[in-house]
Design a binder for this molecule. Structure first.
Ligand SMILES: C[S@@+](CC[C@H](N)C(=O)[O-])C[C@H]1O[C@@H](n2cnc3c(N)ncnc32)[C@H](O)[C@@H]1O
Length: 253
C-alpha cells in the first residue's frame, strides 16, 4: 500500500512547486471546451483527489465535488483543508471497485492516478466504474505516464529536498524497471526534525504503469468512451517522445 501516513504528511511540502493554479485553469478550459453544459454548476467526481489541491480551486467556480481516494491519509488532509465547505463530500474508495449511485457531469483523475492502475483488468474495471458514474455525454479528463516519453528519457534516480523552518524532508526516488510497461519507483524519505535534530526514514514503493497514446485510445474505445483529444502534458499537440505524460479528454458515449 502506498501514500501511507508519512508520505501523505509530506506530500504538500514535496509538491509545493507544482503549479495547481495553472493546472486548474487548464481543467476549467477543457471542461468549458468539451462539456455541453459548462455554463452551469457541474457535479464532479474526482478520483485520487489526494490532498485536495485541484478540488479546493475548482470549488471556487461553484461546482459540486465528490472526492475519492484510496489512501485514507491523503483524504484526511484534503478533508481537513475543506472541512467548512458544504459543496464537497469525501469517500475512501478505490476506482477499481467504486460504485456510484450518482451520475456526474465530469470525472477527473489527475496527476498520474491512472498510472497506478497496473494491470489491464484494473484499467478495464476503473473505466467501467467511471462510465457508470458519468451522465450520458459526461466527460472524463485524466493524465498518465506516456510510454513514448518514458522510453526516450528513461527513468533515473532523483533527489528532492523540501524544507520548512522546523522540518527538512529529503526524498530519494529510485526507479526499477519491472517490464516494458511497469516501473517500480522506490521512495526513500528522510524526515529531519531540525528542532530536536532527529531524523526518521520511511520507504514506499509506487508501482507505475505507462501507456502509449494508442493503448489509451483502445482501452477507451473498448469500454464505450469516445476519445476527444489527447495532448502531451502542458501542450495542445499529440504526445511525442518529448512528453513524460499525456492527457486525454474522453466522452461517455
Ligand atoms: C500522485 S497522487 C495525486 C493526487 C492529486 N490528484 C494531485 O494532483 O495532487 C495519486 C493519488 O491517487 C490515489 N490513488 C491511486 N490509485 C488509486 C485508485 N485505484 N483509486 C483511488 N485513488 C487512487 C493515491 O492514493 C494518491 O492520493
Amino acid at each position: 500500500m502506498n501514500f501511507q501516513k508519512h508520505y501523505a504528511s509530506s506530500y504538500d511540502l514535496l509538491y509545493s512547486d507544482k503549479n495547481y493554479d495553472e493546472e486548474t485553469k487548464l481543467l476549467t478550459s477543457l471542461i468549458n471546451e468539451f462539456h455541453n453544459d459548462s455554463d452551469k454548476n457541474l457535479n464532479i467526481l474526482e478520483i485520487g483527489c489526494g490532498t485536495g489541491e485541484h478540488a479546493r480551486r475548482l470549488l471556487k467556480s461553484g461546482h459540486q465535488i465528490h472526492a475519492i481516494d484510496k489512501s485514507q491519509y491523503m483524504l484526511e488532509i484534503a478533508q481537513a483543508k475543506l472541512r467548512d465547505n458544504t459543496s464537497i463530500s469525501f469517500e475512501v474508495g478505490d476506482i477499481t471497485s467504486f460504485k456510484s449511485s450518482t451520475k456526474y457531469d465530469v470525472v477527473l483523475m489527475m496527476f498520474h492516478v491512472f498510472s497506478y492502475l497496473e494491470s489491464s483488468a484494473q484499467v478495464k474495471n476503473a473505466l467501467k466504474n467511471i462510465k457508470l458514474s458519468l451522465k450520458p455525454d459526461g466527460i472524463f479528463i485524466f493524465d498518465y505516464w506516456n510510454t513514448l516519453g518514458v522510453n526516450n528519457f528513461g527513468a533515473s534516480t532523483t533527489h528532492k529536498v523540501s524544507k520548512t523552518q522546523n522540518l527538512e524532508v529529503t526524498r530519494k526516488a529510485i526507479p526499477q524497471t519491472i517490464n516494458e510497461q511497469i516501473i517500480d519507483v522506490n521512495y526513500e524519505l528522510n524526515f529531519l526534525n531540525k528542532v530536536q535534530n532527529e531524523s526518521q526514514e520511511f520507504k514506499e514503493t509506487h508501482r507505475m504503469r505507462h501507456f502509449t497514446p494508442i493503448e489509451i485510445e483502445n482501452y477507451l474505445k473498448e469500454e464505450g468512451f469516445t476519445s476527444l483529444v489527447t495532448y502531451g502534458w502542458g501542450k495542445n499537440t499529440k504526445p511525442t517522445d518529448m512528453d513524460w505524460a499525456g492527457l486525454t479528454v474522453a466522452r461517455n458515449s
